[in-house]
Design a protein around this ligand. Structure first.
Ligand code: BT5
Length: 269
């Protein structure tokens, strides 16, 4: 496994991505692999060894792609965008989880601008279309004295899958861009769109904080105000998804009218 070990023909290389980037920080250092275990693991190692803020690691295939809580992320070769961003922002540890929302709105914006799709953001880290999962985001961070040392934002998007490419267990719950558009698309065009959009917002949070990002997330979330179920710490809680709080937690209105704050877990819609 080494940089430059590119996949063909729909290859994603530093050269063809750099041509499309208009960014201040994101993607200047860009590493493309054919096969890795997990791009988050490769990025984590690079970040610890001094990789710069905005470095991108992408792979054609992940043999141990993962989601949250040790779940598996299916990452079959050449069909999706499986990549990680190394971020080293001057932010507090409490703000680290907000970067997930920044990633979600950047991906959603790119999908709707380029393909006219209508992504639905689901708390905390999913992008759904037609109620099926198109994209998942895995944020992993290291801290130092209350500040972020680095955050690895891993993003997985199903792109050129046909329905049969998904494992039977995923077929009901997963979807891809090509299933929606009924055609294959160029992964690198979308990747560049996402990196450009992420970069713009990443610079913005340094100036204006996260509130505009959280508002953008809220306006793309169809579940606010609707009945939902949360699975958190092994318990199931039902109520109305009242809102996304400014610290990234979910506020739920219980049947007795009380408000409850959920910091981590899964929302079922
Ligand atoms: C996530 O976890 O959704 C985060 C996924 C992050 C993947 C990226 S790819 C690049 C980087 N490197 C990695 O190793 N990971 C990141 P979670 O919310 O826990 O959802 C995981 C669940 O999504 C699984 O248990 C399955 O039910 C479902 N799933 C797995 N693979 C999927 C796929 N390709 N498409 C849709 N759903 C999938």
């Amino acid at each position: 496994m080494k940089p430059g070990d590119f996949a063909v023909p729909d290859d994603i290389s530093a050269d063809n991505i750099h041509q499309k980037l208009v960014t201040e920080r994101i993607g200047h250092d860009f590493f493309s692999y054919k096969t890795v275990g997990s791009t988050n693991d490769v990025a984590h190692k690079m970040a610890a060894e001094g990789a710069s803020d905005g470095t991108v690691v992408v792979a054609d295939e992940q043999t141990s792609g993962r989601g949250r809580l040790g779940r598996t992320w299916a990452s079959i070769p050449g069909k999706g965008l499986w990549f990680s961003l190394i971020l080293k922002p001057d932010l507090t540890a409490h703000q680290a989880c907000l970067l997930t929302f920044l990633a979600s709105v950047s991906v959603a914006d790119a999908l709707s601008e380029r393909y006219g799709l209508n992504p639905e953001l689901k708390w905390p880290n999913d992008i759904l279309i037609k109620n099926k999962k198109l994209c998942g985001i895995l944020s992993e961070a290291e801290f130092d004295r209350g500040m972020i040392k680095f955050v690895i934002l891993g993003i997985g998007i199903n792109i050129n899958h046909s329905p049969g490419d998904f494992h039977p267990a995923l077929q009901e719950q997963a979807i891809s861009v090509s299933i929606l558009l009924e055609r294959q698309v160029d992964r690198k065009e979308l990747l560049a769109d996402i990196l450009n959009r992420f970069d713009r917002r990443y610079s913005e949070i340094m100036r204006n904080g996260f509130l505009p990002i959280l508002d953008e997330w809220r306006s793309n979330c169809p579940h606010i105000g609707k009945p939902v179920q949360f699975i958190t710490a092994g318990a199931s809680i039902e109520g109305i998804f009242q809102n996304l709080a400014d610290d990234g937690s979910a506020i739920i209105r219980m049947q007795d009218g009380q408000l409850k704050r959920i910091i981590s877990g899964d929302m079922i819609v």
